[in-house]
Design a protein around this ligand. Structure first.
Ligand SMILES: [Zn+2]
Ligand SMILES: [Zn+2]
Length: 345
C-alpha cells in the first residue's frame, strides 16, 4: 500500500476522495464470479459505469445463528425490545419478561415456541404482509413465537456505481426508491444490508425475529441479510470499509481508523474527512447501517443478470418468493405504502 501512496496522494488532492478499489475488498468465496464493470442506468436515470457483483447471499467468514433458543436452558440471538429499546440476548430471562406482558413464549417443560419449519415461517410472511389481525393469526397463523429459519443460498446480482456521485440533496431512507431485493447495500462478505426491522409489525403478533451474534437472520425470501453490521456486533475498532451502500459510497465500521467515534455525521450517518471521501458509518443505534443515500442508486436483481436499470424499483421480490418474477409496479420504496417494504422481515 505504501508504495502506491504517492500516486494516490496526487489523485486525492485533485479528485478529493481517495479511490476505493472495491473488487479487492470483497470475500472471493462469496462471489459466484469475479466482479466486472459494465454500463448501467442509476436510479436518477443517468448512465454510469457500475460494478456487477454476483453473490451467494451466504457468509463464508462466520457461522449463522442462533436465533431462537430451543429451550429455556439455551441462548438465542439478539432482539431490541420494543418497550425499553434495549438489546437483549434471547434467553430464559428475556422470554420471561415477554410472558410477564401477557405473551406465551414457552411450554411448562421449558420448550421455547419457535417456527419449526419453512411452512410455519412462510405463514408469518403471509400474516405480516397481508395485514392480518392478531385474532386471525392466533387461529391460523403464528403467534407467541420466535421467528427463525435456516437460510438458503440466493444468487443475487448487485450493481453499484463505480464512481459514486453526490446528488444535490441527500435522500432519506423513507423517500428512497429501491428494489425490495436490493436492501441498502452490501457487506464485503456478500451479504446485503437491510433497513431497520419492522419491529412493530412483528410484535403485533407477539412474535420476535432475533438477529444472530453477527447481526443477521433469514428474510421472507429465505435469504440471509443483516440489520446490524458484524463490525458493530463485534465492536470492531478498525474503522475499515465493511461494505458499500447502494449509491456506491463506502460503509465503514462503527469507528474511525484510529478507533475514535465518528464526528459530525449527517442525517444519513455519513460524512467526509481526512481525504477519505464521503463514507457512512454503521452503529448500534438507528439507522444501524445508513439513514438514506448521498447519491443516485444502483440496484440488485435476483439471479445472475446482465442489465442494470435502477429506475425499475418495483416488483422483484418483496413477496418473499424466490422466483424473481420481476414485476412492474409493485412495492415502490421503503415506506411499504404499496406492497411490503423492502425488508419483508
Ligand atoms: Zn468517518
Ligand atoms: Zn430481516
Amino acid at each position: 500500500m505504501r508504495a502506491l501512496s504517492f500516486a494516490y496522494v496526487i489523485v486525492c488532492l485533485t479528485a478529493h476522495a481517495a479511490p476505493v478499489d472495491l473488487p479487492s475488498l470483497f470475500d472471493k468465496r462469496a462471489l459466484v464470479k469475479p466482479i466486472t464493470e459494465m454500463e448501467g442506468i442509476l436510479s436518477d436515470g443517468s448512465k454510469a459505469t457500475v460494478y456487477k457483483i454476483v453473490v451467494r447471499s451466504l457468509p463464508y467468514d462466520h457461522a449463522m445463528g442462533p436465533w431462537s433458543p430451543a429451550t429455556l436452558k439455551d441462548k438465542g440471538g439478539y432482539w431490541e425490545d420494543t418497550v425499553d429499546k434495549k438489546l437483549y440476548r434471547v434467553d430464559a430471562d428475556y422470554l420471561k419478561i415477554l410472558n410477564q406482558r401477557g405473551w406465551n413464549m414457552f411450554d411448562a417443560d421449558g420448550t421455547v415456541h419457535r417456527t419449526k419449519d419453512r411452512t410455519e415461517f412462510d405463514k408469518v410472511a403471509r400474516q405480516e404482509l397481508a395485514g392480518w389481525t392478531y385474532e386471525q393469526a392466533a387461529k391460523e397463523g403464528v403467534t407467541n413465537s420466535v421467528i427463525e429459519l435456516q437460510p438458503l443460498e440466493q444468487i443475487v446480482t448487485i450493481f453499484l456505481p463505480k464512481n459514486p456521485k453526490a446528488s444535490e440533496k441527500v435522500t432519506p431512507l423513507r423517500q428512497a426508491k429501491f428494489s425490495p431485493r436490493s436492501g441498502l447495500g452490501i457487506s464485503t462478505n456478500g451479504i446485503r444490508f437491510f433497513p431497520p426491522e419492522p419491529v412493530d409489525r412483528i410484535t403485533a403478533f407477539k412474535n420476535i425475529a432475533p438477529l444472530d451474534p453477527k447481526g443477521g437472520h433469514t428474510g421472507f425470501g429465505h435469504e440471509y441479510h443483516y440489520h446490524r453490521a458484524p463490525s458493530v456486533m463485534d465492536e470492531d475498532k478498525s474503522g475499515k470499509i465493511v461494505g458499500f451502500a447502494l449509491d456506491g459510497f463506502p460503509v465503514r465500521g462503527p469507528t474511525e481508523t484510529d478507533g475514535s467515534a465518528p464526528k459530525k455525521l449527517d442525517a444519513i450517518s455519513g460524512h467526509d474527512h481526512d481525504g477519505l471521501g464521503y463514507h457512512y458509518h454503521v452503529s448500534n443505534a438507528w439507522p444501524y447501517i445508513v439513514g438514506g443515500f448521498k447519491g443516485p442508486l444502483g440496484t440488485a436483481v435476483l439471479g445472475d443478470v446482465d442489465t442494470c436499470d435502477a429506475t425499475k424499483t418495483g416488483g422483484d421480490g418483496g413477496k418473499g418468493g424466490k422466483g424473481g418474477k420481476g414485476g412492474k409496479g409493485g412495492p415502490k420504496g421503503a415506506d411499504g405504502k404499496k406492497g411490503p417494504p423492502p425488508d419483508a422481515k
